[in-house]
Design a protein around this ligand. Structure first.
Ligand code: G1P
Ligand code: MG
Length: 217
């Protein structure tokens, strides 16, 4: 059996969700808004532009288009500073084991990320060559929970939606996978990701036997 396994990036493959949070929190501080980790859950999986809109809504702050553009550049510049210091140690536990198991079993592997920084990050952590297809924030017009990013991933791997399995750490991403008719697997807190078909705290809890069941199902 051949399935397509589509991985989100931030918070699933690499521990970059914390860097996004730090950069957004710093921006929020500039408008006297105390941005919490709980509020940050809503930013996970959504685009940069959408993240800023949500932040301004939360802070009840009205900004001009020009100001928004300045902030978007500023946020990304701060984020890129964290990224430049990244190395393979930022890969989340057991991600290489899962990728290698899927490769050994001739399964399709794609990236489905909202981030426009996906390729440089995969390069930095030396994982770029594990992916047969990459769909990121530069390829989509609709942000998660819209299924576009995963639909494009499935198309790139020439696989039907019912044969796709999506790994996600965000609520929006789980909703996107479900809307696409794919099997959603949450990586993170089960109470946050309760809409997923299965949830694992991290990949160390997801065994090769379970991967084999997904392949054979
Ligand atoms: C964007 C957003 C960020 C969001 C991330 C999800 O990344 O800025 O808030 O959490 O996608 O992957 P960017 O394109 O800025 O890397
Ligand atoms: Mg994510």
């Amino acid at each position: 059996m051949k399935k397509a396994f589509i991985f989100d990036l931030d918070g699933v493959i690499v521990d970059t969700a914390k860097f996004h949070y730090l950069a957004w929190r710093n921006l929020a501080k500039g408008i006297d808004f105390d941005f919490t980790e709980e509020q940050n859950e809503q930013f996970k999986g959504v685009s940069r532009v959408r993240s800023l809109e949500i932040l301004l809504d939360m802070a009840k702050y009205t900004a001009t288009q020009e100001q928004k553009e300045v902030w978007l550049v500023q946020k990304n510049e701060e984020y890129l500073k964290y990224i430049q210091k990244m190395d393979e140690s930022e890969i989340l536990p057991d991600v290489p084991r899962v990728l290698d198991y899927l490769i050994e079993n001739q399964q399709g592997i794609a990236l489905g990320s909202a981030s426009k920084n996906a390729r440089p990050i995969l390069e930095r952590v030396s994982l770029l060559d594990k992916f047969q297809a990459i769909v990121d924030g530069n390829d989509v017009t609709a942000a998660k929970p819209d299924p576009e990013v995963f639909v494009k991933g499935a198309q790139a791997l020439k696989t039907e939606a019912k044969d796709c399995i999506v790994f996600e750490d965000s609520i929006a991403g789980i909703q996107a996978a479900n809307a696409a008719g794919m099997i959603s697997i949450g990586i993170g807190d089960p109470t946050v990701l309760h809409e997923a078909f299965h949830v694992f705290t991290n990949f160390t809890e997801l065994s090769n036997d379970f991967l084999q069941e997904l392949i054979a199902s």
